[in-house]
Design a protein around this ligand. Structure first.
Ligand SMILES: [Zn+2]
Length: 402
């Protein structure tokens, strides 16, 4: 059984990740042996950590693995188990997606408690933690305890970016089997956009390249006019950074655009959530217990508002980060042009602008610019005010006078 030739269909979602697919295929097969008691019964690894750069598909990999573990056919992709895991309604798969900036101790304790139950479907209890790097120390400790003494049928699937390996506590990390994902090659991303999303070949290739291997971003660029125009704006900035005023203006523009994006997304989510909560708490109810519900409601609404506020912060920060990723691609293009490399540019449609910058700056200048962008992305993660961080960055990207 453990020597199966083909990987399960659900792993087709893992783009350009053959190594991870091999590891997970073997593990899923061994897990099936345990459940069905047909094989040698080797023990199951109860904690997995999926690491990889943004866009490499960490949570997709975790979900696909959960599908393979819960599916009676080992991950067919079509049965009820596969489907419910995919849409997030499987009774024995708990997904933790922190909408705020961290996962609280209370939330983690609750998850750990539930994860120890017998799985209702008789296979595994699976907990997916999408941003394990955002665990507070307390939450991390609560999780560690569960990982160190796991119930025989519980599996934890943690996801975290590779860029900050220290963010997942060393102890948690040491208890996990690590699955490393890589940035998928442009061709593989384009292929997915064509076959999965029905995007035409030319657009798929352009978007895959512009997104620098980030699958979700590539799909967005291929399908969303607003996303394309935001990218356009960002890539027009470097040439405008010729004066102090120009730099500050560019910073302000980036922040305002991120704020607008966050506002649009928040508005579309906040009100329906508030509505749904009111309904579920029986707002306006007159029956027995309506009074109690009313008192609890104020607290729950407050809690919801707090979550919505942190989510808005997160969304805004993500929007800024995307802009910085676009800029990274641009300055990398500048470097490629300057050294005369034949490698495909990330933003081939901005070759002219990149060439213009390449004539103005030295190689050292470009490397410093790239470093400054990386540093700013980290600063933003650490809660520094976006306006302050961006003003400093844009100033450091100011072009030398001709
Ligand atoms: Zn299935």
């Amino acid at each position: 059984m453990s020597d199966i030739a083909a990987s399960p269909p659900v792993f087709g979602q893992l783009v350009g990740q053959q190594h991870a697919v091999d590891v997970l295929t073997r593990a899923a097969s061994a897990a099936a042996d345990i459940v069905e008691r047909t094989g040698p019964g080797t023990s199951m690894t109860h904690a997995w950590l999926f690491v990889g750069p943004p866009g490499s598909g960490r949570s997709t990999a975790a979900r696909a693995f959960a599908q393979a573990l819960q599916c009676p056919h080992g991950g067919c992709g079509t049965c009820t188990a596969c489907h419910t895991v995919k849409v997030g309604t499987h009774a024995d798969v708990h997904v933790v997606t922190p909408e705020g900036l961290s996962i609280s101790v209370r939330e983690m304790r609750e998850i750990v408690r539930v994860s120890a139950f017998q799985p209702s479907g008789g296979r595994w209890q699976i907990v997916i933690i999408e941003d394990a790097d955002r665990l507070t120390e307390g939450a991390s400790n609560a999780l560690l305890k569960a990982i160190e003494e796991p119930s025989p049928h519980t599996v934890f699937l943690l996801c975290a970016p590779t860029t900050h390996p220290d963010d997942v506590s060393v102890t948690v990390r040491s208890r996990c089997r690590v699955v490393s994902l890589r940035t998928p090659p442009v061709d593989a991303v384009a292929q997915v956009l064509r076959s999965r999303d029905g995007i035409d070949a030319e657009m798929a290739l352009w978007a895959a390249r512009a997104a620098q291997g980030h699958i979700g971003r590539a799909k967005r660029l291929a399908t969303d006019e607003v996303a394309r125009s935001r990218r356009q704006t960002v890539l027009s900035l470097p040439l405008r950074l010729t004066s102090m005023a120009g730099c500050l203006q560019a910073a302000e523009q980036l922040v305002e655009s991120a704020e607008a994006e966050a506002k649009a997304i928040s508005e579309s989510l906040d009100e329906p959530e508030r509505e749904a909560l009111s309904q579920s708490l029986g707002a306006g109810g007159t029956g027995k217990g309506a009074g109690t519900a009313g008192r609890g409601m104020a607290g729950q609404l407050k809690e919801l508002e707090r979550r919505q506020k942190t989510r808005a912060t997160r969304v805004q920060r993500d929007a800024l980060d995307r802009a910085l990723v676009d800029l990274t691609g641009f300055y990398r293009d500048v470097l490629l042009i300057q050294v005369g490399s034949q490698v495909e540019l990330s933003h081939a449609d901005h070759r002219e602008q990149a060439s213009e910058v390449a004539e103005l700056v030295s190689q050292d200048w470009i490397l410093r610019a790239l470093d400054a962008i990386v540093a700013t992305r980290q600063t933003l993660e650490e809660n520094v005010k976006p306006r302050v961080a961006l003003a400093a960055l844009m100033t450091s990207l100011r072009l030398p006078a001709r």
